[in-house]
Design a protein around this ligand. Structure first.
Ligand SMILES: CC(C)(COP(=O)(O)OP(=O)(O)OC[C@H]1O[C@@H](n2cnc3c(N)ncnc32)[C@H](O)[C@@H]1OP(=O)(O)O)[C@@H](O)C(=O)NCCC(=O)NCCS
Length: 218
């Protein structure tokens, strides 16, 4: 098999390292390749970096697996759709040091990086990225294409809507629900439900602006 990591900026090299670590143990991939549609096709970070349109030149369809290494939730959705529309398959990457309950459900496309904890009966929908040392509490449901940054905590029994972004070290109280496309700023503490398409920051977190652009990183 060959693993294609879509996105070749900072997140991509972290995910490359994760895939490399996993591959040291299970030897699943003969090659790990980066995809960046905005850069020249040259070697980068010790591996090939190609455009999406070139994937089929370097591997047969049945030997390709994809993972998305982009921290912008709306872009994760766009790239996932492109992969699936081309008939390719998303895989899952889980670091050996992560604690993932046997009763958690992890959909294709999800990344769970080093030191993260995904607790009992958690449901992670397609294509979510759970970064270093993030914690998802019991019975939480994280919907598709979310990004949970390092050390962010989702309290038990919470619902995180589609394409939400939880900034570094932010926390959600147990049982709190976020609508789709919500951004929680770095270090913020969320005590109440947040309606769709809002950005909240601070402690206690308050709405500062909308997120109708679906963009965390401008
Ligand atoms: C929430 C966020 C998206 C807002 O970005 P933005 O719209 O560009 O906001 P600005 O930087 O213009 O700040 C607007 C105001 O909100 C404040 N603010 C921004 N983020 C804040 C945060 N996380 N907590 C408290 N206040 C915050 C700013 O200080 C500023 O206040 P001021 O008007 O009194 O000066 C951004 O600040 C953030 O937290 N991003 C996540 C960072 C992160 O976790 N990165 C992870 C990479 S792995």
């Amino acid at each position: 098999m060959k693993l294609f990591i879509y996105g070749a900026n900072g997140a991509a090299i972290e995910i490359y390292d994760l895939a490399y670590r996993i591959n040291m143990t299970n030897n699943k991939y003969s090659e790990i390749i980066l995809i960046d549609d905005f850069q020249d096709e040259i070697e980068y970070y010790g591996t090939k970096r190609i455009r999406f349109s070139s994937c089929k030149k370097v591997a047969g369809e049945e030997e390709m697996e994809f993972i998305i290494a982009v921290g912008e939730p709306s872009s994760r959705k766009l790239l996932a759709d492109r992969i699936v529309d081309n008939g390719y398959k998303l895989t899952t990457l889980i670091d050996e040091s992560a604690i993932v309950s046997e009763t958690a459900t992890i959909a294709p496309g999800c990344i769970i990086n080093a030191g993260a904890i995904v607790s009992s009966k958690v449901c992670l929908d397609e294509n979510c990225m759970v970064m270093y040392q993030a914690i998802i509490g019991h019975d939480a449901h994280v919907k598709s294409n979310c990004v949970i940054c390092p050390k962010a905590t989702v309290g038990g029994n919470s619902i995180v809507g589609e394409r939400c972004f939880l900034g570094i070290s932010s926390s959600m109280k147990q049982g709190v629900n976020l609508g789709n496309d919500v951004i929680i700023g770095m270090g913020s503490m969320v005590f109440r439900d947040v309606e769709a398409k809002n950005t909240v920051v601070g402690n206690p977190a308050r709405i500062t602006k909308g997120n109708s652009e679906h963009k965390v990183f401008i």
